[in-house]
Design a protein around this ligand. Structure first.
Ligand code: NAD
Length: 374
């Protein structure tokens, strides 16, 4: 079992078990200094409870950082349902999950994620007010369907790739660049489409043969193998599948100038982030470049205008440029710069929410340097 020492950064971690439906789920709230937590509800056939817990902890922390650097007043949370979405998902289980979310009284708001769909979120909305990502929004820069955040995420990734290319190669156009795309799901296929439309040459791999065939047929992509998508020399490696695409092995195999894609937790460990930096490969931190979906869903829920949502997603490129510039100036890896910037935003929010009385007490203590920052 995990102890509080192993989850020192998380505000709350809840485990839910519903005997009738068989639900086993974890809801992790990483940090709510910026606002109530929001994050996907993932369903996955985890092989152990520990794996599920680790995923919930890692992903909820990523959400805190993602919201902070996207300028959202939303905290970081994530829920995971332990089970096979193809076999174990039932209306009773979704109802039990919605009721579990209700027990947190709105401190956690759920959206679709791997293994869940917009239809599942709609089913859960029958029982809970704390579910988002089911409404079609008007006048976005990206195509709209049924409330799925993937189009906004893919558009944000395009913005991030453009910023990376601008920083690394000093050019605006993606014309003629070679991009290896790993994963052609909800986000990956749309990223591939944007890149093909921008004139890039795309090399794609997905274990589902129909997805790969569709990209070849509709986008003029070149299908490559699981290993070639990593090792083939290219300008950009674009991970859009599951986490740890850049691990101790692939990190050394990559023959690219830029790593920029949609996947969460692209770096297996911090070590790979440092290694990319040493190798001169520009890494667009995952929680910055893939924030389009949370911007869409989070700002959409508050009824913010399309102009505001569009410009916030476009703004992913300027946030990345700032990170790249700081990384060069301070000679530290981009992921470390992004983490520091996110922590600064969260810390500022936390300090602001301190009761005035508590602030007064601390200001009277000249030893308390933190009071000066308030
Ligand atoms: P998805 O499940 O629709 O797509 C994932 C794709 O990856 C599938 O087509 C799958 O077949 C493929 N895949 C699995 N293993 C692979 C491998 N070894 N090599 C290549 N492809 C492989 O998921 P998605 O919604 O497109 O999300 C993709 C990634 O982006 C995930 O890491 C997700 O957490 C992250 N992300 C998604 C969103 C969003 O709005 N959907 C937002 C932020 C981050």
């Amino acid at each position: 079992m995990y102890t509080s020492q192993e989850t020192p950064e998380h505000e709350q971690v809840h485990f839910f078990h519903d005997r009738k439906s068989g639900l086993r789920a974890i809801i992790a709230l990483h940090d709510t200094a910026l606002g109530d937590a929001m994050g996907g509800c993932r369903m996955w056939p985890y092989t152990s409870f520990d794996d599920a817990l680790k995923d919930a902890l890692r992903l909820s922390k990523g959400m805190s950082y993602k919201c902070a650097l996207a300028g959202l007043d939303i905290g970081g949370g994530k829920s995971v349902i332990i089970g096979d979405p193809m076999k174990d998902k039932t209306p009773e289980l979704l109802k039990a999950m919605a009721e579990s979310i209700n027990q947190l009284g709105g401190r956690y708001v759920a959206a679709e994620d791997s293994g869940t769909s917009v239809a599942d979120m709609k089913a859960m909305q029958e029982y809970s007010d704390h579910i988002v990502g089911t409404t079609v929004q008007e006048n976005r820069l990206w195509e709209q369907n049924d409330g799925d955040p993937s189009p906004a995420t893919a558009y944000g990734v395009l913005m991030g790739i453009q910023a990376s290319v601008m920083h690394k190669f000093g050019k605006e156009s993606l014309e003629g660049l070679n991009v290896n795309i790993q994963g052609l799901g909800h986000v990956g296929f749309r990223v591939a489409k944007h890149l093909a439309e921008a004139g890039a040459n795309i090399y794609v791999y997905d274990p589902v043969p129909e997805r790969q065939a569709r990209a070849v047929k509709e986008l003029g992509a070149v299908a490559v193998s699981a290993s070639d998508v990593v090792t083939k020399p290219a300008d950009i490696f674009c991970p859009c599948a599951m986490g740890a695409a850049v691990n101790s092995t692939t990190c050394e195999q990559l023959d690219v100038a830029i790593v920029a894609g949609a996947a969460n937790n692209q770096l297996a460990t911090s070590e790979e982030g440092r290694r990319l930096f040493e190798r001169g490969i520009l890494y667009a931190p995952d929680f910055v470049i893939n924030a389009g979906g949370i911007i869409e869903v989070g700002m959409g829920r508050k009824g913010e205008s399309s102009d505001a949502v569009n410009s916030r997603v476009v703004g992913i490129s300027s946030t990345l440029l700032e990170i790249f510039v700081r990384s060069d100036a301070d000679a530290i890896p981009t992921f470390e710069v992004a983490e520091l910037m996110a922590q600064e935003v969260i810390e500022r929010a936390r300090n602001k929410s301190i009761e005035p009385r508590a602030v007064a007490a601390r200001v009277t203590n000249p030893q308390d340097k933190t009071a000066l920052a308030l």
